[in-house]
Structure formats: C-alpha cells, structure tokens
Design a protein around this ligand. Structure first.
Ligand code: ACO
Length: 348
C-alpha cells in the first residue's frame, strides 16, 4: 500500500512593515508606473530590526500546527527551505525545531533559492511514501531584505520578506504530491548570486567595500531562463500526474514577476482565471512565495479541499521545480486536546 502526504495544516507570517513603490520613488530613479508595468508589484513587506528568519518560520509553522490540531512533538521531520538563514551555522531548521518544542525531531535546511518550497515538498513526499515518517512540516521562509542594496533599483524593488508552512500527514488515499519535476543548471549560477560571506569571499573589509554582501542579479538573463523553463516543466509535471491542463483547479506559481507568470500559464495551457497571483501585495518572497500564496488561496476560497493544484518556480542555481498537489479531506481528526482551548494554546 502506498503512502501519500496530504496537506492537513497551513500557516503564514507576513511582517507588518511595508514598502510601497512610492517609497522607492521618493529616493530612487524609478516610478510606480515602471515597477508595476514590469513586475506587477506595488507593495512588499519587510522585517523590522528585531525580526529574524527563524521567528517568521516558527510563527508560520505554529499557525499550521494549530490548524492541524498538532503540537511540535507530533512532528517526525521539519524541512525548512531558505536562502536567508539567521546564521551560516547552526542550521536554522534546528532553531525552528527548538522554537516549536519539537523535541529531538529531525530537521534540516534545504537551499535551492526560490524553488526551495517545491524541492522540500517533493523531499517530504519521499519520506512519507517509504513509510519512514508520518508527519512532516515543510516551511519556506525568507528575509531577503537584509541582503539587498537599496540603491540598486534593479533588485531592491523586487523582493519582500515572509514565511509560509504546511504539514504533510501520511494517508493511504491518493493526495499530496502527485508528481514533481526538479532541475538545476549551475552554468548559469552567476546570474543570481550573493558573492560575499561564504568560503570564497569570507567577511572582510574588502568584501564590504566591494559590496559583495548584496544580492546581484542579471535580471534579463533570469527572465529569459524563467520564461523558457517554466511552461515546459509545468506541462511535464501535469503529464507525469496523468492529468491534462483542464484537470488543474488552480495554478499557484512562484510570485517573481507578473509577466513570467503569464507566460508560464499560457505555455502550459492554463487560463488566467485559474492562476493565483498575489505578487502585487508581497513582491518576490523567494522560497516563501508559494506557501504564502497557497495559504491565501485556501483562506479566500480560491482553492478548496478536493482541488488539484499546480506549483511552479525558478530560482538561484539556477534551479526550477514544478509539482502537482492534491489536497483531500482529512480521514481522521486528531484527538481532542485541552491545548486547543484558547487560553492554554498560548502556553503550548
Ligand atoms: N525603475 C526604473 N528603471 C529601471 C528599474 C527600476 N526599478 N530597474 C531597471 N531599470 C532600467 C534599467 O536600468 C534599464 O535601463 P537602460 O535601458 O537605460 O539600461 C531599463 O530599465 C530596462 O531594463 P531591463 O532589465 O531590460 O528591464 P526588464 O523589462 O527586463 O525588467 C526586471 C527588469 C523586472 C528585473 C526583469 O528582468 C525581471 O523580473 N527579471 C527576473 C528577476 C527575478 O524574478 N529574479 C528572482 C529570481 S528568483 C530567486 O531565487 C531569488
């Protein structure tokens, strides 16, 4: 009997502070008109000084756990997709495991840029289908704003911070990740790179003087790559799931650029009314963008239990990923717990 990982809980964290296109207009040679027309973005949220990636990830995960009626120690594994951890070491996944009270739960961090959430979902599905684990928390969390040069108009207007999380629970009913397509092309690595702070350019005065601690992007190359790869990988994932484009109820793409999303949907034969887009309000939140969009789609009723969803993303590496995911009704509700009482939940 095969095991599937049905999504039984979801949650997100969005920082309160926001930056509008007008905020950039006030000091940069740019305009709301240019940004919106070229990207589809009007607002992005960014952390304040006290907020960290681990805290955003833990807050999103706590919401997902509450929704699933679970506590940290019910989890068998935590996979955290991020390129912007609190530290190079220790792994942020262990920080979040501790914050969730998930004592001794296995945890690891997965780094594939904006495709991280789909890579993590596909990985989680493998642990569930072998029967190794029953409940896995998958998080996408990013705090890109600390690595942006706010005088570089070609990158700073694009990104926002945030986190989203889902819980996969083993079931014998067909659900969860029905198919996935993953890929990478390291020959294009320099098109999206944060050169400083690693082993090649460790922290030094020289590194800072040369601005190597900021994200560098060749926007045109990344754009070309994305529009070439997304439509075909999405079509392949749909085919691998044994489905046709019309079987997809909602397409939830990585929110990087409205024009890239439109092109991917068109190439995969998905009509605009089946595409979920929230880039206008968040910008590109990298590995967090799909789980945040999934939460919003489910909260707003655009996606429902029983739906078949398609995800697609591209990112640093350069990498790409697509998946078809089905969410079904949960078979068995978790035990009634006194921790569900609002007053006690605060302590949980
Ligand atoms: N405001 C005004 N003008 C700008 C701005 C801005 N914010 N940014 C760039 N320009 C200028 C450029 O300097 C250029 O001027 P020039 O012609 O005088 O040299 C002109 O606009 C056109 O620049 P292009 O780069 O050709 O503009 P394009 O239409 O390609 O849009 C953009 C740029 C939005 C960055 C686009 O290339 C893009 O979205 N690329 C993909 C980026 C992306 O999604 N990256 C995330 C990857 S995922 C991850 O893992 C993090």
């Amino acid at each position: 009997m095969k095991n599937y990982g049905n999504i039984v809980g979801w949650g997100k964290f969005i920082p309160e502070k926001s930056l509008t296109n007008e905020d950039f207009e006030a000091y940069l040679d740019t305009s709301d008109e240019w940004i919106y027309a070229r990207t589809g973005i009007r607002v992005r949220h960014v952390v304040n000084q006290e907020e960290q990636t681990s805290q955003m990830a833990a807050d999103a995960a706590k919401e997902a756990l509450r929704m699933a009626g679970l506590r940290g120690h019910d989890l068998d594994l935590i996979i955290l997709a991020t390129s912007s951890p609190d530290y190079l070491t220790p792994p942020i996944s262990s920080q979040v495991q501790h914050a969730l009270g998930a004592k001794k739960t296995a945890a690891f961090t997965l780094v594939t840029g904006c495709t991280g959430f789909i890579y993590a979902l596909a990985t989680a599905q493998q642990f569930i289908s072998t029967g190794a684990y029953k409940r896995i928390l998958v998080i996408g969390a990013e705090l890109i704003s600390r690595w942006l040069d706010y005088n570089d108009r070609s990158t700073c207007i694009l990104f926002g911070d945030g986190a989203g999380a889902v819980i996969l629970e083993a079931t014998e009913k067909q659900s969860g990740v029905m198919s996935f397509v993953l890929g990478s092309d390291g020959s294009k690595a320099e098109h999206l790179i944060l050169p400083g702070g690693g082993s090649k350019h460790p922290p030094s005065h020289e590194m800072l003087e040369n601005n190597l601690h900021y994200l560098k992007m060749n926007g045109n190359e990344v754009f070309r790559f994305a529009t070439r790869i997304l439509g075909s990988s999405l079509r392949e994932a749909i085919r691998e799931a044994g489905l046709e484009p019309e079987d997809i109820d909602l397409f939830i793409p990585h929110q990087a650029n409205q024009r890239i999303i439109d092109s991917a949907a068109r190439q995969a034969g998905l009509p605009p009314e089946k595409v979920f887009i929230n880039i206008e309000n968040y910008g590109n939140t990298s590995a967090a963008s799909i789980p945040i969009a999934l939460c919003e789609a489910l909260e707003s009723g655009r996606a429902k239990i029983g739906d078949t969803l398609a995800f697609v993303a591209f990112g640093a590496g350069l990498t790409w990923a697509a998946a078809v995911v089905k969410i079904i009704e949960r078979e068995e509700q978790p035990r009634k717990s006194i921790w569900k009482l609002p007053i006690l939940r605060w302590f949980s």
